[in-house]
Design a protein around this ligand. Sequence first.
Ligand code: NAD
Length: 331
Amino acid sequence: MSQASDLKKIEQLRATIRRYDELYYRKAEPEISDFEYDALKRELSDLEDANPELPLANSPSQAVGDDRTEGFASYRHLLPMQSLDNTYSKDEFFSFVSRVEKGLESERPAFTVEPKIDGVAVSLTYENGKLARAVTRGNGIEGDDVTANARYIERLPEKLEGENIPEIVEIRGEIFMQVEEFERLNSLRAEVGLEPFKNPRNLAAGTVKLLDRAEVARRKLDIVLYGLGECRPAVVNSQSAYREQLIKWGLPIVDRFWQVEGAESAWAAVEELDEIRLGFDFPTDGAVVKVDSFAEQDRLGATSKAPRWAIAVKFAAEQAETQLERITIQV
Ligand code: NAD
């Protein structure tokens, strides 16, 4: 392809992706599947890689999708919230592990493998153990303050329990809707002849941003925590130890979790997760594989958009709707 036609294609793809980002992150009303979206993103990145002389600034390939909307105060994260690189392929996953091994000069790095919850990323700040605010990822630097809506989540504690309470800690996770609650709300809509909500992810994202508090109270949101932002003073030094700490603080986590070493064991855990995930009561669209040690994470660092020490392995072209159909068939 000539450079002129590449440039034209790049501009088209950037405009198309910006539109889909707006629909997904701000309106929670995507028009295409995640698989189709990821394919467009991949096409754009490949073309940008093939044309390194073209400016990348302002390309949606370089930034996290922005969920900030009107009606919410903005809050600046102490530590930016990033996205994750993702793949649908085993070969690419093994290439990721090779890069990690090279970066760490280690033959069998220790990884954690966790379900990827398909909800809305959120950062909770606890100050001296008390919940100060809940903020969406926003543009990664600053997000929307959704504390008032998050306070309706039953499993979200106002206070951290136990010892080892930092002066300030940003605890990251996902607000989501359980499959059962999603079905309950849709059956209520069917009774009054309303169109059903499309999937739990979009409904959770839309509900987090509702300004009508009474409606938020009627829809039951849920939350799980798995990530760490700023923490003063530091309390743990690995992803697996952090998970234990979250449990001691009385925070909800995802039950399933694997600690593995090396590429083959990590991939076996990803496959096991894929087999059991339809039984989960939360929507999941993949597995997240992370280097366990925080010191090793720091050595690997991050790009402008995502850490180099983690990857999301997405499961085929699965959509939450398909997942729901399969759950219904099994029942
Ligand atoms: P992502 O959803 O692929 O991965 C990053 C996010 O995963 C994190 O921000 C975090 O919120 C979440 N996550 C869930 N479980 C996690 C765990 N255990 N550990 C760490 N993180 C975990 O990235 P994104 O930037 O939030 O969204 C991009 C993706 O959204 C795209 O790849 C696409 O699938 C989807 N999208 C779809 C459309 C569409 O039109 N269909 C548009 C935009 C984005």
